[in-house]
Ligand binder design. Sequence first.
Ligand code: DUT
Ligand code: MG
Length: 589
Amino acid sequence: MEKNNKIRWLWENMEGYRGLYVVGIFGTLLYNVLHLTVPHITQVILDMFLSGENAAYNLQNRRNLFYGLILAMVGLTIFRSVVVYVDCMIYEKVSQATLFNIRNYLYNKMQRQDMKFYSFYRTGDLMTRLTGDLDAIRHMIAWVIRMIIESFAMFGVTMTYFFFMNWKLALTLVMIAPCIFVVIILFKRKVAPKHRKLREKFALLNTVVQENISGNRVVKAFAREDYEIEKFNECNVDYSNTNKETAFTWLRFFPIVETFANLMPVALLAIGGLFLIEGELTFGQYAAFSGLIWAIANPMRNLGNIMNEFQRFDAASAKVLELYYTEPEIVDSPDARDIDGRLKGKIEFKNVSFKYEDAYVPVLHDITFTANPGDTIAIMGETGCGKTSLIQLIPRFYEPVSGSILIDGEDIKSWKLTQLRKNIGLATQDVLLYSDTIDGNISYGNSNISEEDVKKFAKYSAADDFISKMPEGYDTIVGERGVGLSGGQKQRISLARALAIKPSILILDDTTSAVDLETEKTIQDGLNNLDFECTKIIIAQRISTTKNADKIIVLEDGRIKEMGTHEELIARHGYYYDVVQLQNGNEVI
Ligand code: DUT
Ligand code: MG
């Protein structure tokens, strides 16, 4: 994206505060014009009252003007300070408000992304975009833009004033300016790639830290602390070096700019002195030149710094904009329909094939089956055969490459996405509980349910027993920074959470793998006696779970290898039969 588009994007996000920002810019211009007042009045005082032929007369007879001018100087200085103060407040307010808008928008945007997005971006990188990069954008609004306006205004206003006083001297001074611009442009070319690199290194550093914090158990289990510290150290050194490199880039240009800037007073002294001697310049005018020469030199000095910050903004905003404009691929189709009440829960897969975008080979081939409302479908198969991939197609986490999936006789694409998902209760293979109470976790998808209902769903999931035994019962905080739960306990809470939305379709991905056989039996009884109808798709390896299913699907390498009831599959003497034998303790020959 072009630079001016980035500025336009910034402007668009200032909505509601644009007027105020324009006032802020005018404020900057105003206080830079006010810069001139004190040196100008000094010049008038010098020429009228202290030097020149009428000085003695003026001092005698026009004393009131003299005092008036002194008072005006004091008054204008105070006024200028007030303007600067208010102006800074305006920039701060606008930048914070804009930041707030962008941050909210980005967060919303991220929440609505699909699975592919989350497998593509690393958490550390996303966090960097939402923190450091956004701060660079705030800095642009509050400081960089102000400094650009200030520098150009100060330079422009002072130069104009100089030209009015003595154009020859002003022209001599202004000739130094283009040299500085050339240096700054060269600097920009060198520093821009450095800022992009710096930003990448920072994101990498954040990623390492984030993965380490969330993976601390693994680090400890393998006693890899030293290795991790070393890994972090490498990243840190790398980041620090890039930081230094970026800073040194400016330091290489700095002496050149500084020399030009310092030449200003020298040129003034030499040429201005000559003019003064030859009577081309009054003493007061010379004093005004000399009192304002910094207002010419400083903007030039600042340009390097401004350019540096501008490049930081450029690198950061490119990252933020990428996120700002990404659209999820899986969205409602234009003619998507509302779901009237509850779905009945009939699921049909018709020749569905599926491939992950980054994979070479498809993981599902030509899957066809039907689940009638209220049916229980068990899916079995070796690890990696595509079970999880298959069930993820139902809530449209991914889109099949070919074939179609129908629910209640309609392609799932014809339903509104959020409504479709609200009808599906999913307990995923990796259980994630929020740092919240058990009650809060169970009612996550349906926050309106009563305490009794939460208890009821926990009973269906054989979780009520262990929850009630906890000191704070359903109010116990679990998840990150909460009390620890066993794998099986977490699974049961996640099952209760899936049930609590009273879904038309319940999908359990290995949800009872970590519970003992007796508890599993209780859960099965619970699921058979639910007080609402739902179609259940259960991924499981245990025959005890699958044997009562209406249909068992055995997957192998992404294809349906066997399909039928327990009895039918046993009669086939295939894969299922072997598993039954194995689990009964019989060797398979
Ligand atoms: N796969 C990917 N990308 C993913 C997830 C999985 O390429 O984001 C591959 C890995 C595997 C295949 O897809 O070869 C099927 O994975 P799936 O998770 O569907 O396997 P599973 O049957 O659920 O295995 P498990 O029993 O271990 O859960
Ligand atoms: Mg799986």
